[in-house]
Design a protein around this ligand. Sequence first.
Ligand SMILES: *[C@@H]1O[C@H](CO)[C@@H](O)[C@H](O)[C@H]1NC(C)=O
Ligand SMILES: *[C@@H]1O[C@H](CO)[C@@H](O)[C@H](O)[C@H]1NC(C)=O
Ligand SMILES: *[C@@H]1O[C@H](CO)[C@@H](O)[C@H](O)[C@H]1NC(C)=O
Ligand SMILES: *[C@@H]1O[C@H](CO)[C@@H](O)[C@H](O)[C@H]1NC(C)=O
Length: 693
Amino acid sequence: MRLSIAAIAQVALTGALVHAASTFSPARPPAIPLAVRSPYVNTWLAVGKDGGNGGYLAGEWAQSWSQHTNGWVGLIRVDGTPYTWMGAAANGPAAVDQTEFSYTSTRSNFIMNVGGKVGMNITFMSPVTPNDLKRQSLTFSYLDVAVHSLDGSTHNVEIYTDVSGEWASGDDSAIIQWDYNTANGVAYHTIARQQQNEMAEDREQAAWGTWYYSTADGEGLTYQSGIDTDVRAAFAKNGVLANSKDTNFRAVNNQWPVFGFTKKLGAVGGSSVSTVFSIGLTQDNAVNFLGQGSDLTKVPALWKSYFSNSLDAMTFFYNDYATSASLATDLDNRVASDSTAAAGQDYLTITSLSVRQTFGALQFCGTDSAPLVFLKEISSNSDIQTVDVMFPSMPLIIYTNPKLLAYLMDPLYINQENGHYPNKNAIHDLGTFPNAKGYPAGNDELMPLEECGNMIIMTLAYAQRTGDTAYLNTHYKLLKQWAAYLVDDSLVPANQISTDDFAGSLANQTNLAIKGIIGLRAMSEIANMTGNSDDEKSFGDTASSYLTQWQSLGINQGANPPHTTLSYGDNDSHGLLYNLYANSLLGFGTSFVPQSVYDMQSAFYPTVALEYGVPLDTRHSWVKSDWMLFAAATSSSDTRDMFIKKLANWINVTPTNRPLTDLYDGNSGDFPGITFNARPVVGGHFALLALPK
Ligand SMILES: *[C@@H]1O[C@H](CO)[C@@H](O)[C@H](O)[C@H]1NC(C)=O
Ligand SMILES: *[C@@H]1O[C@H](CO)[C@@H](O)[C@H](O)[C@H]1NC(C)=O
Ligand SMILES: *[C@@H]1O[C@H](CO)[C@@H](O)[C@H](O)[C@H]1NC(C)=O
Ligand SMILES: *[C@@H]1O[C@H](CO)[C@@H](O)[C@H](O)[C@H]1NC(C)=O
């Protein structure tokens, strides 16, 4: 049985009235990451008032980014009295009092007060290990439930948690099957769709693969699968489960089967007792890909390269908690110290919320010696390997491990170098996740100038950061072909869309032109690094000449203050000149684009700022958070801080209730009629930290 949304809101409201308010630190995000590891392990708690309950773990269902409930319940008994600490189970016991919420790059942490007797420290940790592919390949997440006495007495404590079949299928009428077993010290439930539809999705959740919900095997553990209300009621009443399996395999929504664990902690005193759970998905093949050869091939998930079967992968992950937690702390600390040093706490509020979301859109595939990373353009089409989504995501990739940039671009190069794309420009994407079928007919979304510029800029950024000039040689032919496109189209761009396709198509876009021109300058650098002196000179001369002309075409010098226009000659228009960022990223500095352009834009932006940010351009009051931080990275410190302060404040107050949208209205802070969410482009928030040292 399910509560209606209205009923859930009612419970949440009642809860909020009864209980003291929680603090939220460093901010109250629009949605809280719970288990966010990959496009299909992507579960959140809605917070913003568009549909969230304000950030309380008890009283609301966890859900996928696509807003499908992923039933996840937590109960606790203290001296025989049951309470709810997670989820919105119908007729469940009263909620614990949530007093604190905080987040870091890898963790969401809730502090609960249970009847004044017991404190709970509940941590959802989704590891991010960009330099450790074995660990990064495991699409699992941890839940750590620590309990201690608050009042100086010892208390008898049992904890309970379950997951529903909703994790294993976005279609609630699909039949699932399940099992329970133990291995390598780990007790686990498996849940899977009975009919495995490989490479298919329901409601953006995978229709194939096996889910594991796991904890340590040992004394005090009981388990049960069965009807949701039965299993939960058994715990609430007795504090133990029946150690029994429901054998009636059925649809997700047919008497909602759930998969529960209880742990009897016994007498709990002042020192904290912790129980760890893990949730995750294993798939043998993760993506279909048109690469080498003329047919689609199935690409294995990368974990297959390190483990002989999914059980080994799962038990490795579970038993790795201590190491994984310490690696997570290293990353948390690195992001914290670098972000605060670069631009203070507001910047850390933004960056630390963006890490799991960015990596959560990536699926690691291939083999240890030839990894391929596939990106899902979550929420806006679900395209796979979208070049102009990879481009804004790039700063976090460069900051953590620039080699990943090659693993992301490789599928694009492999597809195009094997003759699967007929056009002269760079391809826009490879299809719809998880099927990278490419566009042999050349009928992809046409964003030619955008993608030619993006590919050249990303490829040079990769080679500069890694020293891998061989990569430039390998792909020189295509790079030069794309540069030729830029020679033809970058100075006077034809009527076309840019990455901001929602804003419409336009000729002579000033910001798009500068991307192409910097792309030509980048091609000159690539030619230099590969010993192609003629190309170096030719592309370099064209870039310089175009840049000079661009300054008279794209700048309204007569305005007060002067600024670049949205499109040539449209004097009253303006827009974020976020593509200037590439000039800094690639280290060209003011030897290419003059300092006066940087200074002019930096002085201009504050004059057109709205409550929650600087609008993308004069067509709408819409704000793009990734592009704002690209602009921030090329601004004076005052203007930079203005961008950052507005974005950090927006995160804390936005009514949006889904994983961080990068597009919102600058006046209301709400969705502008388009509900982007959970997109990896928030990796662009690391723009300041990806600049060359
Ligand atoms: C809660 O646990 C996390 C680690 O899981 C730790 O970093 C944090 O300090 C703890 N908080 C409290 C208040 O004990
Ligand atoms: C684009 O700009 C060029 C250079 O100013 C101009 O000649 C051309 O007419 C413009 N195109 C459009 C469609 O406005
Ligand atoms: C690359 O640039 C450097 C520095 O300007 C120059 O010394 C070198 O000759 C160039 N290499 C080629 C192959 O043009
Ligand atoms: C636009 O502004 C420039 C000065 O920056 C001026 O020369 C030009 O005439 C203006 N164009 C229009 C159409 O007003």
